[in-house]
Write a protein that binds this ligand. Sequence first.
Ligand SMILES: Cc1cc2nc3c(=O)[nH]c(=O)nc-3n(C[C@H](O)[C@H](O)[C@H](O)COP(=O)(O)OP(=O)(O)OC[C@H]3O[C@@H](n4cnc5c(N)ncnc54)[C@H](O)[C@@H]3O)c2cc1C
Length: 308
Amino acid sequence: MDKNHFDVIVLGGGPAGLTAGIYLGRSKAKTLILDTGMPGGQMVLTYKIANYPGVENISGYQLSSVMKKQAISFGCIIKSNIKLAALRLEGKQKEVELENGDVFSAPAVILATGGRSRMLNVPGEKEFKGRGISYCATCDGDFFQDKEIIVVGGGNSALEEAVALTKYAAKVTILHEFDHFQAFEHAVEEAKGNPKIDYIMEAHITEFQGDESLRSIKYKNLKTGKTDQKAIDGVFIFIGYQANTQALHGGPVELNQWNEIVTNENLQTNLEGVFAAGDCRAKHYRQITTAVSDGTIAALNALNFIQK
Ligand SMILES: Cc1cc2nc3c(=O)[nH]c(=O)nc-3n(C[C@H](O)[C@H](O)[C@H](O)COP(=O)(O)OP(=O)(O)OC[C@H]3O[C@@H](n4cnc5c(N)ncnc54)[C@H](O)[C@@H]3O)c2cc1C
């Protein structure tokens, strides 16, 4: 049998892809997981995970390692740091071609390529990501009990998450580049009615500073051009989200206006035999638990599909 032919190919080895691998491998489906980075996905960026049921305060790296080990123990083959050359997803046998010339085929593919928060791209942001800078209030809010934090952004997510963060933080300052918000009126009103929320309008963060952890930001007033510094315990950035679907742009898989993969409730895309799971698909809540759930559903439906 062709060693490059599989029952299912999973693109992406985050929690969605690894869970799909666990279910597929355990059902004896010959499964290949391909990842452009390291398996674990965004979990690896997470210093501490406190909301994954059944484990208390595990690091993202540890949780990734256990999931990866589990997938391998059921026979999945995982290839990391691959470079995609072409995806051929129409037709009965789907093909994934890599830049090194390898071509893998399977009758079913699960797209689990995840996503990433938009970054400000200013000095110090990469360094303090996970050490004071967060992109997820649900994930990290409770690490900032009675602390002073900044929320960057002026859309619905920024305002809603700022209000949610007042449950933990002593003070939340919303820092936004314009003199008005681009959020729904009710979100603006709720934020404005919250006594713990303060504002820095028409400003940009220009640098994050600290030692082991974030300690302060430098920001520029866009009206006066003046630069200021502010001591701070944490910064939450909500300036948008991007699904990792660049490889699908202009292709046959249906994407919505935000380039997220459109699926039905079985997590099937518009192409037969092509499923999508986790943060790369169009959905509202993006968490490890929801990715794991998606991975399960996509794997079971892919198994059904190949058995038929
Ligand atoms: C800083 C941070 C903290 C977080 N904290 C928590 C938390 O505490 N609790 C919680 O529940 N959630 C948390 N989240 C959210 C959670 O990590 C994500 O919702 C979850 O990881 C999504 O899983 P996924 O498998 O869909 O995608 P991802 O985790 O994004 O994994 C996708 C994988 O696909 C790979 N990939 C990308 N493109 C391709 C391609 N073309 N081909 C092959 N592979 C590709 C990537 O390298 C990656 O490994 C956090 C997120 C961040 C950024």
